[in-house]
Design a protein around this ligand. Structure first.
Ligand SMILES: [Fe+2]
Ligand SMILES: [Fe+2]
Length: 257
Protein backbone atom coordinates (compact mmCIF):
# COMPACT_ATOMS: atom_id res chain seq x y z
CA UNK A 1 0.00 0.00 0.00
CA UNK A 2 1.28 3.45 -0.88
CA UNK A 3 0.72 6.68 1.00
CA UNK A 4 -2.06 7.42 -1.44
CA UNK A 5 -3.88 4.22 -0.44
CA UNK A 6 -4.00 5.42 3.13
CA UNK A 7 -5.90 8.57 2.12
CA UNK A 8 -8.92 6.57 1.00
CA UNK A 9 -11.03 7.25 4.04
CA UNK A 10 -10.72 11.02 3.46
CA UNK A 11 -13.06 11.06 0.45
CA UNK A 12 -15.83 13.54 1.07
CA UNK A 13 -18.63 13.74 -1.49
CA UNK A 14 -19.19 17.24 -2.87
CA UNK A 15 -22.29 19.31 -2.08
CA UNK A 16 -24.53 18.08 -4.90
CA UNK A 17 -23.85 14.40 -4.17
CA UNK A 18 -24.63 15.07 -0.49
CA UNK A 19 -27.89 16.79 -1.46
CA UNK A 20 -28.82 13.70 -3.45
CA UNK A 21 -28.39 11.32 -0.47
CA UNK A 22 -32.16 10.69 -0.14
CA UNK A 23 -32.46 9.87 -3.86
CA UNK A 24 -29.48 7.49 -3.72
CA UNK A 25 -30.99 5.88 -0.65
CA UNK A 26 -34.25 5.36 -2.59
CA UNK A 27 -32.40 3.90 -5.60
CA UNK A 28 -30.47 1.39 -3.46
CA UNK A 29 -33.33 0.53 -1.08
CA UNK A 30 -34.84 -2.14 -3.31
CA UNK A 31 -32.83 -5.39 -3.10
CA UNK A 32 -33.47 -6.42 -6.73
CA UNK A 33 -32.49 -3.06 -8.08
CA UNK A 34 -29.41 -3.07 -5.84
CA UNK A 35 -28.38 -6.51 -7.10
CA UNK A 36 -28.87 -5.57 -10.75
CA UNK A 37 -26.95 -2.34 -10.27
CA UNK A 38 -24.02 -4.23 -8.75
CA UNK A 39 -23.92 -6.49 -11.81
CA UNK A 40 -23.99 -3.45 -14.07
CA UNK A 41 -21.20 -1.83 -12.04
CA UNK A 42 -19.20 -5.04 -12.53
CA UNK A 43 -19.50 -4.67 -16.32
CA UNK A 44 -18.36 -1.03 -16.21
CA UNK A 45 -15.39 -1.87 -14.00
CA UNK A 46 -14.33 -4.72 -16.29
CA UNK A 47 -14.61 -2.36 -19.31
CA UNK A 48 -12.42 0.19 -17.54
CA UNK A 49 -9.86 -2.53 -16.74
CA UNK A 50 -9.63 -3.49 -20.43
CA UNK A 51 -9.14 0.14 -21.48
CA UNK A 52 -6.37 0.56 -18.90
CA UNK A 53 -4.61 -2.58 -20.06
CA UNK A 54 -4.72 -1.08 -23.58
CA UNK A 55 -3.36 2.24 -22.23
CA UNK A 56 -0.47 0.30 -20.61
CA UNK A 57 0.35 -1.24 -24.00
CA UNK A 58 0.37 2.14 -25.71
CA UNK A 59 2.34 4.34 -23.32
CA UNK A 60 6.08 4.79 -23.77
CA UNK A 61 6.53 5.74 -20.10
CA UNK A 62 7.72 2.78 -18.00
CA UNK A 63 6.34 4.09 -14.70
CA UNK A 64 2.94 4.84 -16.23
CA UNK A 65 2.86 1.37 -17.76
CA UNK A 66 3.34 -0.21 -14.32
CA UNK A 67 0.72 2.02 -12.75
CA UNK A 68 -1.81 1.43 -15.55
CA UNK A 69 -1.31 -2.32 -15.20
CA UNK A 70 -1.89 -2.19 -11.47
CA UNK A 71 -4.91 0.04 -12.10
CA UNK A 72 -6.27 -2.44 -14.66
CA UNK A 73 -5.87 -5.28 -12.13
CA UNK A 74 -7.72 -3.22 -9.51
CA UNK A 75 -10.64 -2.60 -11.88
CA UNK A 76 -10.84 -6.31 -12.74
CA UNK A 77 -10.88 -7.11 -9.02
CA UNK A 78 -13.67 -4.54 -8.49
CA UNK A 79 -15.63 -6.18 -11.29
CA UNK A 80 -15.27 -9.54 -9.53
CA UNK A 81 -16.26 -8.10 -6.14
CA UNK A 82 -19.37 -6.42 -7.56
CA UNK A 83 -20.31 -9.52 -9.57
CA UNK A 84 -19.97 -11.83 -6.59
CA UNK A 85 -21.93 -9.57 -4.27
CA UNK A 86 -24.62 -8.87 -6.91
CA UNK A 87 -25.15 -12.57 -7.56
CA UNK A 88 -25.24 -13.48 -3.89
CA UNK A 89 -27.69 -10.66 -3.17
CA UNK A 90 -30.02 -11.61 -6.03
CA UNK A 91 -29.95 -15.30 -5.12
CA UNK A 92 -30.87 -14.47 -1.51
CA UNK A 93 -34.11 -12.70 -2.54
CA UNK A 94 -37.29 -14.73 -2.75
CA UNK A 95 -39.76 -13.08 -5.17
CA UNK A 96 -38.40 -11.44 -8.32
CA UNK A 97 -38.81 -7.66 -8.43
CA UNK A 98 -41.28 -6.18 -10.87
CA UNK A 99 -39.47 -2.90 -11.59
CA UNK A 100 -36.68 -2.81 -14.17
CA UNK A 101 -35.87 0.84 -13.44
CA UNK A 102 -32.20 1.22 -12.43
CA UNK A 103 -31.76 5.03 -12.41
CA UNK A 104 -28.39 4.69 -14.13
CA UNK A 105 -28.33 8.39 -15.00
CA UNK A 106 -28.46 9.17 -11.27
CA UNK A 107 -26.29 6.37 -9.88
CA UNK A 108 -23.96 5.24 -12.67
CA UNK A 109 -21.11 3.82 -10.57
CA UNK A 110 -17.61 4.21 -12.00
CA UNK A 111 -17.63 5.37 -15.58
CA UNK A 112 -13.95 4.60 -16.12
CA UNK A 113 -12.74 5.76 -19.49
CA UNK A 114 -16.32 5.93 -20.69
CA UNK A 115 -16.38 6.39 -24.46
CA UNK A 116 -12.87 7.86 -24.60
CA UNK A 117 -10.71 6.36 -27.36
CA UNK A 118 -7.53 5.34 -25.54
CA UNK A 119 -5.57 5.03 -28.81
CA UNK A 120 -6.22 8.68 -29.67
CA UNK A 121 -5.06 10.17 -26.33
CA UNK A 122 -1.68 11.37 -25.11
CA UNK A 123 -0.40 10.47 -21.63
CA UNK A 124 -1.37 13.96 -20.44
CA UNK A 125 -4.95 14.01 -21.73
CA UNK A 126 -5.54 10.44 -20.59
CA UNK A 127 -4.25 11.12 -17.07
CA UNK A 128 -6.37 14.29 -16.81
CA UNK A 129 -9.49 12.42 -17.86
CA UNK A 130 -8.67 9.48 -15.60
CA UNK A 131 -8.10 11.73 -12.61
CA UNK A 132 -11.50 13.44 -12.94
CA UNK A 133 -13.22 10.16 -13.63
CA UNK A 134 -11.66 8.43 -10.61
CA UNK A 135 -12.45 11.37 -8.38
CA UNK A 136 -16.10 11.30 -9.44
CA UNK A 137 -16.20 7.52 -8.86
CA UNK A 138 -14.63 7.84 -5.41
CA UNK A 139 -17.17 10.51 -4.39
CA UNK A 140 -20.06 8.44 -5.72
CA UNK A 141 -18.91 5.27 -3.98
CA UNK A 142 -18.50 7.22 -0.74
CA UNK A 143 -22.18 8.23 -1.07
CA UNK A 144 -23.33 4.69 -1.89
CA UNK A 145 -21.39 3.36 1.08
CA UNK A 146 -23.11 5.82 3.39
CA UNK A 147 -26.66 5.10 2.21
CA UNK A 148 -26.22 1.31 2.53
CA UNK A 149 -26.50 1.07 6.31
CA UNK A 150 -29.17 -1.64 5.95
CA UNK A 151 -26.91 -3.90 3.85
CA UNK A 152 -23.53 -4.24 5.62
CA UNK A 153 -22.19 -6.83 3.13
CA UNK A 154 -22.67 -4.54 0.13
CA UNK A 155 -21.42 -1.63 2.19
CA UNK A 156 -18.17 -3.50 2.88
CA UNK A 157 -17.68 -4.07 -0.86
CA UNK A 158 -18.01 -0.33 -1.53
CA UNK A 159 -15.68 0.52 1.36
CA UNK A 160 -13.02 -1.85 -0.02
CA UNK A 161 -13.32 -0.53 -3.58
CA UNK A 162 -13.33 3.05 -2.35
CA UNK A 163 -9.80 2.63 -0.99
CA UNK A 164 -8.55 1.72 -4.48
CA UNK A 165 -10.50 4.53 -6.14
CA UNK A 166 -8.82 7.02 -3.81
CA UNK A 167 -5.44 5.62 -4.84
CA UNK A 168 -6.40 5.89 -8.55
CA UNK A 169 -7.54 9.47 -8.03
CA UNK A 170 -4.27 10.43 -6.30
CA UNK A 171 -1.77 8.66 -8.54
CA UNK A 172 -3.34 10.02 -11.75
CA UNK A 173 -3.06 13.56 -10.38
CA UNK A 174 0.57 13.07 -9.26
CA UNK A 175 1.51 11.52 -12.62
CA UNK A 176 -0.26 14.24 -14.58
CA UNK A 177 1.86 16.82 -12.75
CA UNK A 178 4.99 14.80 -13.50
CA UNK A 179 4.19 14.30 -17.21
CA UNK A 180 2.93 17.86 -17.85
CA UNK A 181 4.49 20.05 -15.13
CA UNK A 182 3.54 23.32 -16.84
CA UNK A 183 0.35 22.36 -18.68
CA UNK A 184 -1.47 20.08 -16.25
CA UNK A 185 -4.06 22.72 -15.27
CA UNK A 186 -4.98 23.29 -18.91
CA UNK A 187 -5.33 19.52 -19.42
CA UNK A 188 -7.61 19.31 -16.41
CA UNK A 189 -9.67 22.24 -17.66
CA UNK A 190 -10.28 20.59 -21.05
CA UNK A 191 -10.97 17.21 -19.49
CA UNK A 192 -13.53 18.86 -17.19
CA UNK A 193 -15.15 20.66 -20.14
CA UNK A 194 -15.39 17.37 -22.08
CA UNK A 195 -16.94 15.60 -19.09
CA UNK A 196 -19.46 18.44 -18.68
CA UNK A 197 -20.40 18.22 -22.35
CA UNK A 198 -20.84 14.45 -22.12
CA UNK A 199 -22.86 14.89 -18.93
CA UNK A 200 -25.10 17.39 -20.74
CA UNK A 201 -25.56 14.96 -23.64
CA UNK A 202 -26.47 12.16 -21.20
CA UNK A 203 -29.07 14.33 -19.46
CA UNK A 204 -30.46 15.59 -22.79
CA UNK A 205 -30.79 12.00 -24.06
CA UNK A 206 -32.52 10.87 -20.86
CA UNK A 207 -34.86 13.88 -21.03
CA UNK A 208 -35.64 13.26 -24.71
CA UNK A 209 -36.49 9.64 -24.00
CA UNK A 210 -38.70 10.70 -21.05
CA UNK A 211 -40.54 13.26 -23.19
CA UNK A 212 -40.94 10.64 -25.95
CA UNK A 213 -42.43 8.18 -23.46
CA UNK A 214 -44.88 10.81 -22.10
CA UNK A 215 -46.00 11.82 -25.61
CA UNK A 216 -46.56 8.18 -26.59
CA UNK A 217 -48.49 7.57 -23.38
CA UNK A 218 -50.67 10.61 -24.05
CA UNK A 219 -51.36 9.40 -27.59
CA UNK A 220 -52.32 6.00 -26.24
CA UNK A 221 -54.48 7.28 -23.38
CA UNK A 222 -56.06 10.40 -24.92
CA UNK A 223 -55.92 10.31 -28.74
CA UNK A 224 -56.55 6.62 -29.32
CA UNK A 225 -59.81 6.45 -27.28
CA UNK A 226 -60.97 9.67 -28.98
CA UNK A 227 -60.44 8.23 -32.46
CA UNK A 228 -62.08 4.97 -31.40
CA UNK A 229 -65.13 6.89 -30.17
CA UNK A 230 -65.36 8.94 -33.43
CA UNK A 231 -65.04 5.77 -35.51
CA UNK A 232 -67.79 4.09 -33.49
CA UNK A 233 -70.08 7.12 -33.84
CA UNK A 234 -69.71 7.32 -37.62
CA UNK A 235 -70.18 3.53 -37.85
CA UNK A 236 -73.61 3.94 -36.19
CA UNK A 237 -74.74 6.31 -39.00
CA UNK A 238 -73.90 3.79 -41.68
CA UNK A 239 -76.75 1.56 -43.04
CA UNK A 240 -76.32 -2.07 -42.29
CA UNK A 241 -75.17 -4.43 -45.06
CA UNK A 242 -73.58 -3.78 -48.49
CA UNK A 243 -74.69 -0.62 -50.32
CA UNK A 244 -73.21 0.55 -53.64
CA UNK A 245 -72.90 4.32 -53.23
CA UNK A 246 -73.82 6.85 -56.00
CA UNK A 247 -75.42 4.26 -58.27
CA UNK A 248 -79.07 3.68 -59.02
CA UNK A 249 -80.14 0.39 -57.53
CA UNK A 250 -80.31 -2.28 -60.27
CA UNK A 251 -83.79 -3.28 -61.44
CA UNK A 252 -84.90 -6.68 -60.45
CA UNK A 253 -87.44 -6.92 -63.32
CA UNK A 254 -85.70 -5.87 -66.53
CA UNK A 255 -82.31 -6.28 -68.19
CA UNK A 256 -81.84 -2.49 -68.82
CA UNK A 257 -83.58 -1.14 -65.72
FE1 LIG B 1 -12.98 0.69 -9.88
FE1 LIG C 1 -10.98 3.21 -10.46
Amino acid sequence: MSVADGQAAQIDPHGLERLLYPLHWLVFRDGWRRGRKLLRFAETEADGGRDLARAAELTGDALLRRLYLRHAEDEQRHAELFRRRGRSLLSSLSAPGSSTFEANWLAPGERGLDDLRVDAETDGTLLAFLHLSERAAAERFAVYERVLASDPDTRRVFAEILRDEAFHMNYTHAQLKRVCPSGYKKRLFWARATRLWKGYLRIATALASLIGAVVLLLQYVVLLPLFAWLAKRSALREPAGFVARGEKPASLTGQYG
